[in-house]
Write a protein that binds this ligand. Structure first.
Ligand SMILES: [Zn+2]
Length: 258
């Protein structure tokens, strides 16, 4: 079966990152507060120091998440009983999903949202705490934020610009919040590291291949296809099939097929 311990570790990522993002948002809004008088004209670029410090805080968040994902990957590889391959696996996963770039992209996206909320908040006379709360609710679900939606519907150029540049559209597309992006990216890294650890561990134990079995029974044709394609050669890691996939591998030894 897929390791319960790894699943629990992945499940904890959402809560941990919500706190990390909330702390980052608090720090940046505290800095932006000094520029409240700009109202709807507010932008981080209004002051070069503010902009640089905001970027620094956001990149620190991105680095912190990357470091956290690496700790969790190593824990998952240990759970797969394959510590010997940990360095190789971690390096592979970081490279394979261009983790640093992906996390930096979400951090930049968070900056757009921060700028948008500071602008809306200052224009509407919201306190810094209220701006933070609105922003965090918005990250959980962009569509339920009445203030943001109203600013957009009123055609207020300051908000619509940020919404578009931030990647949010009311009429099409699926919005992905930076928080969700951070969580999904790390979860995927841990899942990939774990599966690679399991398969490499089987190889160390002398397996020549492995079969894939479903770890859950929700409807997923992609996973069914991968299960049906078993067995796989030991050097070909086909798991996870998709993010949050809990399909798992069982080893095949020479004696099993002769
Ligand atoms: Zn699956």
């Amino acid at each position: 079966m897929y390791s319960d311990k790894v699943l629990q570790d992945i499940a904890a990522i959402a809560t941990d990152y919500r706190l990390k993002v909330a702390s980052t948002v608090g720090k940046i809004l505290a800095l932006a507060e000094a520029y409240r008088s700009l109202g709807k004209q507010f932008t981080f670029e209004a002051d070069a120091d503010l902009d640089a410090e905001t970027n620094r805080i956001l990149m620190a968040l991105s680095d912190e998440i990357l470091a956290d994902a690496e700790v969790r990957m190593r824990r998952a590889i240990e759970e797969a009983n394959d510590e010997e391959d940990a360095d190789e696996i971690v390096a592979f996963v970081l490279f394979d999903i261009t983790a640093q770039n992906t996390l930096d992209k979400y951090a930049s996206h968070l900056k757009f949202i921060l700028e948008g909320w500071a602008t809306i908040g200052f224009a509407n006379g919201l306190s810094k705490g209220s701006i933070a709360t609105n922003l965090l609710v918005f990250l959980a679900n962009p569509y339920i934020s009445p203030l943001w939606k109203k600013a957009f519907e009123d055609g207020r150029s300051y908000a619509s610009k940020i919404i578009r540049e931030g990647g949010y559209y009311w009429d099409k597309g699926t919005p992905i919040s930076p928080l969700r992006g951070f969580v999904l990216t790390s979860s995927d890294m841990v899942n990939r590291a774990y599966n690679r650890g399991v398969v490499y561990g089987y190889r160390r134990a002398g397996a020549i291949g492995y079969r894939v079995l479903r770890g859950s029974d929700y409807d997923c044709p992609s996973c069914d296809d991968v299960v049906a394609g078993s067995p796989y050669p030991i050097d070909d890691v086909v798991l996870p099939v998709h993010p949050n996939c809990v399909c798992y591998a069982v080893p095949v030894f020479e004696k099993d097929i002769t």
